[in-house]
Design a protein around this ligand. Structure first.
Ligand code: HEC
Ligand code: HEC
Ligand code: HEC
Ligand code: HEC
Ligand code: HEC
Ligand code: HEC
Length: 304
């Protein structure tokens, strides 16, 4: 059996790597690689499917007549872009039995590809039609878009994620009651949150949470383990999971309570400042002394 990578293991490795100069910290590497929905392939042939067609049917098989062909590529701005959909991979996703036009609403047979629709936005938001509970929650959080925004405001609104920006498209997995599905998401904190919140991704680097998380610790919290996901609110909002009044509850949820076994309100509130604020707090706060002692302790176990 594979050994689980845990915070403890990462801390131990960190100690070995950086001891004795722990206070300066190991800079965790951040992944900038983004899974691209439109992966570019090296197939250079252009399949002959014309676009001025009337789709034979809106069934999945109808779409796959063309999209099931590995050679369905087009040259776009000098790059070969593939429009091939891997039917086997799709069949393993949670949407195996969902129609293509369930998400690609604008590609139903009555509307052949005309290149004028905002098809990405349509697909990435189509989810709301079948997942109304999540859509409702989403509408209550910071990422909901103002519908009447125009001009510069609209451009700002468009920077907020739609369902598909976090979940992807053709390989969405079961999440509820699925440790595998949750674990797959857990690894993608950069893509799901960090790429848009670079500053907070970078500052999420305290040893016990962020540094361990970025080094792959499976039991270290992902952004949404503290902030929530569909109905995220700014910490200044009383209902936010990371509002000062909810910290004890949030930090004590799941299995985490044991890790904070000595948790008192004061301890939690002080510790919470370290999550994104290690650098700022380091000099001023006596906690640093506390943490340093823990690290020195762990370090000495390994001869550091
Ligand atoms: C007759 C062949 C054919 C059929 C049938 C077909 N497509 Fe396409 N599709 C294409 C081609 C060719 C492209 C590449 C268009 C381009 O050059 O941008 C494409 C592109 C797309 C795109 C990307 C659009 C873009 O502008 O980049 C989506 C999404 C899509 N198809 C969905 C579907 C769905 C859903 C169905 C079934 C309802 C379907 N297609 C049926 C040939 C087909
Ligand atoms: C769960 C919703 C969903 C379903 C079901 C779905 N798609 Fe998509 N599809 C998306 C999203 C979201 C995108 C990517 C939009 C973006 O990020 O640019 C996409 C992108 C595409 C593209 C552009 C190339 C690519 O891979 O990104 C094609 C072609 C396409 N889909 C065809 C299909 C076909 C054919 C089916 C059915 C076999 C299908 N889709 C089913 C959501 C879906
Ligand atoms: C900012 C990123 C983000 C956006 C935007 C987002 N989700 Fe999620 N979603 C997540 C995360 C993270 C989880 C799972 C967390 C966990 O359980 O570990 C999740 C879980 C889910 C689940 C599983 C059931 C549940 O509620 O836990 C569904 C279904 C879902 N999302 C649908 C949607 C739909 C529909 C939208 C758009 C209205 C959406 N998501 C927008 C991040 C996002
Ligand atoms: C035409 C209906 C339909 C559309 C559109 C659709 N889904 Fe689903 N989705 C389903 C069904 C059916 C299931 C499986 C049953 C369930 O868990 O609700 C499912 C399951 C899921 C799950 C796993 C749920 C869980 O609790 O683990 C996620 C996550 C998810 N969908 C996300 C999305 C996202 C993101 C989109 C848009 C890009 C989307 N869905 C579009 C019908 C749809
Ligand atoms: C596609 C980009 C994008 C993604 C992905 C994204 N966000 Fe955001 N987020 C934004 C934008 C844009 C805003 C509104 C502007 C702002 O306040 O920064 C925002 C606002 C927020 C706020 C409120 C900030 C404040 O100061 O009021 C929080 C907290 C937040 N996001 C957390 C998250 C978390 C956690 C995730 C992952 C689960 C996530 N975001 C994913 C773009 C994104
Ligand atoms: C262990 C819990 C925890 C984790 C994990 C976490 N945060 Fe935070 N986050 C907080 C707390 C507490 C605050 C408020 C205090 C502060 O700003 O330092 C906060 C503040 C923020 C803010 C400022 C807006 C606000 O609500 O005050 C953003 C944006 C943010 N976090 C994004 C992220 C992102 C992105 C990740 C993942 C890389 C992440 N957080 C991981 C606890 C967490």
């Amino acid at each position: 059996m594979r050994t689980r990578l845990t915070i403890a293991a990462v801390l131990a490795a960190l100690m070995l790597a950086v001891a004795p100069g722990v206070a300066n910290g190991a800079q965790a590497t951040t992944s900038t690689a983004m899974p691209s929905a439109t992966a570019t392939r090296s197939i250079s042939s252009t399949a002959p499917y014309a676009l001025d067609f009337t789709l034979p049917t809106e069934s999945k098989a109808g779409c796959m007549v063309c999209h099931g062909d590995e050679n369905l590529t087009r040259l776009k701005a000098g790059k070969t872009v593939t429009f091939y959909i891997d039917g086997d991979a799709y069949a393993k996703s949670i949407h195996a039995t969902t129609l293509c036009v369930g998400c690609h609403l604008d590609f139903a047979y009555t509307a052949p590809h005309d290149g004028t629709t905002q098809w990405q936005t349509t697909a990435k938001l189509s989810c709301k039609n079948c997942h109304d509970k999540q859509f409702l929650a989403f509408g209550q959080g910071v990422h909901r878009r103002a519908v009447d925004a125009t001009g510069a405001a609209a451009i700002e609104e468009a920077k907020k994620p739609l369902c598909g920006d976090c979940h992807g498209s053709h390989d969405i997995m079961q999440i509820t009651d699925s440790p595998a599905g949750k674990a797959a998401l857990h690894k993608k904190g950069y893509e799901i949150c960090g790429r848009c919140h670079q500053e907070y991704w970078d500052s999420y680097d305290d040893y016990y949470h962020g540094a361990a998380y970025k080094m792959g610790a499976e039991d270290a919290p992902a952004c949404w383990d503290c902030h929530g996901y569909h109905d995220i609110l700014a910490s200044s909002e009383p209902a936010s999971l990371v509002n000062a009044t909810h910290l004890v509850e949030t930090c004590g949820s799941g299995d985490c309570h044991d890790q904070h076994g000595t948790a008192t309100d004061k301890f939690i509130q002080d510790a919470a400042q370290m999550i994104h604020g290690k650098r700022a707090v380091r000099e001023a706060n006596p906690l640093v002394v506390f943490f340093s002692r823990i690290f020195d302790g762990i370090g000495s176990l390994f001869g550091g």
